[in-house]
Design a protein around this ligand. Structure first.
Ligand code: PEP
Ligand code: MG
Length: 321
């Protein structure tokens, strides 16, 4: 089976109906960069910068960070990389940092919230990204954005740093993770400001359903393949298409073949996932006719409108087709 999957490495990710899919990698550790060539991924849809800081036991200085980011871009060799700024706090604490005495750390002072309140750390990282890029196109993505104002503040910091560093990137793009539901109700404003959007289903599911992503008892209770999530994604696709803003999904769900199939049918053509998921997802997509799936999906969603999962009937359809 592994050999059969390996055959998909050089197969273009085009569905039976001709939809061109872009399959990207989620990367945290440098050793995962090997997956770029091993899987034939189209680039890195999510580079989790906090992982190196956690592994090193602290945030490296600007030169150290710049060297890391430059190396990642070297390895990507022209393929796009979406660098996500530090997503620390909650469960990702640096050594020596005492856990905040918060009742709900996932909803606490974390991630970009720290970055905006302690801008020196964020500015150093943005500087390092610009230095690492050395004039190459640079894509920076901000995590845990909850308001357009937060996104704008973060983007302003990026632009301020970009104004001071030479060479300036050939193209500089600022995007946002969509993992806090409040953003869903600020889409016109957000789409006027952001250059790209990536849906983090891990956190978004947690906040949509008020279900801690780390609680095993809840792991299977709510499904990405359920009416509310699919409706949300469908709306998002429509908004992004109208605004001409690239949309991707980079949560774990994007790496599950059946979820990827449904997302593709809804019009999400860029998916980012861990290295092990690329070939299985591609194998599913190249065998799929999305035009045939769409009416089926609509019917299943109607039947599951009460919030139920459509995973099982969709799996049956996928097996039969
Ligand atoms: C997510 O929340 O879906 C995501 C991709 O980010 P992380 O898993 O790093 O929180
Ligand atoms: Mg997240």
């Amino acid at each position: 089976r592994a050999a059969a999957l390996a055959n998909y490495r050089d197969v273009p990710a085009i569905t039976k109906d001709g939809t061109e899919m872009t399959l990207m990698l989620n990367v945290g550790l440098a050793l995962e960069l090997d997956q770029l060539d091993r899987t034939g991924a189209d680039g890195i849809g999510l580079y989790r910068t906090e992982i190196a800081a956690l592994a090193a036991g602290g945030i490296p200085d600007v030169a150290g960070q710049a060297a890391e980011y430059g190396k990642v871009m070297d390895r990507a060799n022209g393929r796009p990389v979406q660098f996500r700024t530090l997503d620390l706090g909650a469960d990702k604490l640096l050594p020596g940092e005492t856990a905040q005495t918060e009742e709900n750390p996932a909803m606490g002072w974390r991630s970009l919230r720290i970055g905006l309140d302690r801008p020196a750390i964020l500015r150093r990282q943005l500087r390092a990204l610009l230095l690492g890029a050395q004039g190459r196109p640079l894509k920076v993505m901000f995590p845990m954005v909850a308001t357009v104002e937060e996104f704008r503040a973060a983007r302003d910091l990026l632009e301020a740093e970009a104004g001071r560093i030479r060479p300036t990137p050939e193209r500089l793009e600022a995007g946002t993770m969509l993992e806090v539901p409040s953003l869903l109700f600020q889409l016109p404003g957000l789409l006027a400001e952001a250059d790209f959007i990536s849906v983090g289903t891990n956190d978004l599911m947690q906040f949509l359903f008020a279900a801690d992503r780390g609680t095993p008892e809840l792991a299977d209770r709510y499904d990405t393949l359920s009416a509310p999530v699919l409706e949300m994604l469908e709306k998002l696709v429509t908004y992004c298409q109208e605004a001409g803003i690239p949309l991707s999904v980079c949560g774990e769900a994007a790496g599950r073949p059946l979820d990827a199939l449904a997302f593709a049918a809804l019009g999400v053509t860029t998916l980012s996932m861990s290295g092990g998921a690329i070939l299985p997802v591609k194998a599913m997509l190249v065998e799929a006719d999305l035009n045939a799936l769409r009416p089926v999906l609509r019917e299943l969603r109607r039947a599951g409108a009460a919030g139920g999962s459509i995973r099982e009937p969709l799996a049956v359809w996928a097996r039969e087709h």
